[in-house]
Write a protein that binds this ligand. Structure first.
Ligand code: ADP
Length: 505
């Protein structure tokens, strides 16, 4: 099949979180199964050209209108991580992709609408038939609208698949933002099209909804999250449209070559699920000791709990704040690697840092650091993921592979991948971590006490769970098969948009 992926991120060169990892992992696996995959992302100035191989200009100059003004673009092609990338260089006066980060700007909607339009203009110029146009999250959702309403004759696409990585970010904007890229904005302010489902804002355009109603198939990144967002409470008013789109959940994987504790060049000690317990423990200890030394952490042999996360309310930031003291009280040490664009949350965590600045059992590191993340996954004994909502979650999957036992709240993909070691309803072989249910400090405290108690008093059980965790297969093999099944199903189905527009008229 010839598959084109359009997204805002691609790991690790332009990554803000799970989205970039998924586009990378899925594309690599589809490529390994001999499908042709091309990935289109913006050419952010923050991309280090040294991370790209065979970088060359593919199209030196093609125009794209914004607010009636022609803007010049170039398309670059390159290889990265065995994937074929196409990087859109927008020579836009507002420097749309010349910023210090990927998102978090007042003009994000305009930036990604422009990207969507330019990406589709590029596909029009290429004039090559496409089996599956796979769009990711609201940033690329408008491509489905542009294709079906403006360019369906010019671009030969058999089907459009839209993947929701996080329903909390929907790309809300005004009708004039659509006008800017050549769509007639006001005509989309209807319930059947892109009007925001919140009846208080009838003049708001919702790009996420555009992806849902215009794509031929819609999925999200875990079966439990797919069920959760079909409920009124978690669906942000989009649940009826998701139901109509026959939303399905396909669990994310992690790239088994990049997240591999047996070969990871960033680790001091390497180990695999096939090694003896003694070898695994020795290697993990080497990582832990080096890490503690590097950051002048307490030298005693204590359980090390930590988290690697974006700090946003959905990640359970209040619980993370509480976890530090709870871990210390229970005799452990705590490590947090995190970053946040939210000023209020940043203030809270800066205060936390001030509070523990002289405590050698706490490391609070506020930066985005890929190498440090690898080292932390290997050094920790337990990874905490206390999310209030979690579409899939990748950090618990990485932790499992690195023999770090996850402690998670039962929500979304966390519920699909981590099973409590004391849960008698789950087959023994699947019990790979600790799970708590209520998003409260007492529930968190009790799970931390359970985990640390096991670490301190029952080494044999701790080792059994650690080994079980490492044997879990959350690679892309199975998820890629499910995506292929979805792609193939689309080929035999009638395009949904025709039914949809017939229904409107
Ligand atoms: P998100 O909702 O942020 O996408 P996921 O769990 O799906 O959450 O993916 C998070 C990804 O980002 C993981 O690969 C994790 O290792 C990485 N990550 C998160 N925060 C940091 C950080 N501060 N430094 C390095 N990597 C990080």
């Amino acid at each position: 099949m010839r598959i084109v992926q359009i997204a805002a991120e691609f790991a690790p060169i332009a990554k803000a979180g799970g989205l970039g990892e998924v586009v990378l992992g899925l594309s690599r696996e589809l490529g390994a199964q001999h499908h042709s995959v091309d990935i289109i992302i913006p050419k952010y100035s923050l991309i280090d050209p040294k991370t790209l191989q065979q970088l060359k200009m593919e199209i030196a100059d093609f125009r794209c209108q914004e607010k009636g003004q022609p803007i010049s673009n170039a398309m670059w092609s390159a290889n990265a991580q065995d994937c074929s990338l196409h990087l859109l260089e927008a020579r836009h006066p507002a420097g749309y992709f010349h910023r210090d980060r990927i998102y978090g700007f007042a003009d994000d909607a305009a930036r990604f609408l422009y990207f969507s339009r330019a990406a589709m203009e590029y596909l029009k110029l290429k004039n090559e038939p496409i089996d599956v146009l796979h769009l990711h999250d609201w940033h690329a959702a408008a491509c489905a609208v542009i294709l079906k309403d403006l360019l369906s004759r010019e671009i030969k696409v058999k089907s459009v698949v839209y993947t929701i990585h996080n329903l909390e970010y929907q790309g809300k904007c005004a009708a004039h933002d659509l006008d800017a890229i050549g769509l007639s904005g006001s005509s989309y302010l209807t319930s059947a099209r892109l009007q925001d489902p919140d009846s208080r804002y009838p003049h708001t355009i919702n790009l996420m909804k555009g992806g849902i109603v215009y794509a031929d198939a819609v999925n999200t990144v875990s079966p439990t999250y797919a069920k959760e967002i079909l409920t009124p409470k978690r669906g942000y008013g989009l649940a009826p449209f998701l139901k109509k789109a026959k939303l399905i959940g396909i669990l994310n994987g992690i790239d088994a070559a990049i997240w591999n504790s047996a070969t990871d060049p960033m680790l001091a000690g390497r180990y695999s699920a096939d090694d003896s317990s003694a070898k695994i423990v020795k290697a993990k200890n080497a990582n832990k000791e080096l890490f503690k030394k590097r950051y002048s952490l307490d030298g005693q042999n204590r359980p090390l709990i930590g988290a690697v996360t974006r700090l946003a309310p959905q990640k359970g930031t209040d619980l993370l704040l509480a976890a530090v003291e709870q871990t210390l009280d229970a005799g452990g040490s705590f490590v947090l690697l995190a970053s946040t664009p939210v000023p209020e949350i940043r203030r809270q965590f800066e205060q936390l840092k001030e509070l523990y600045k002289n405590n050698p059992r706490v490391l609070l590191q506020y930066e985005y650091n890929e190498e440090l993340a690898h080292q932390i996954y290997a050094a920790l004994d337990f990874l905490l993921v206390p999310s209030l909502s979690e579409p899939c979650g990748l950090t618990q999957l990485i932790a499992l592979r690195y023999g770090t036992i996850p402690i998670v709240r039962a929500t979304g993909g966390l519920k699909d991948t981590v099973f409590d070691c004391e849960d008698g309803k789950v087959p023994l072989e699947q019990r790979n971590g600790f799970v708590f249910y209520e998003p409260t400090a007492p529930a968190l405290n009790s799970v931390i006490l359970r985990a640390l108690n096991m670490y301190k008093t029952d080494h044999a059980t701790h080792l059994t769970i650690l080994r079980r965790a490492m044997r879990c297969d959350y690679s892309w093999k199975q998820p890629a098969q499910e995506y292929l099944k979805l792609y193939r199903k689309m080929h035999s189905a009638k395009p949904k948009i025709s039914e949809h527009l017939t229904a409107i008229s």
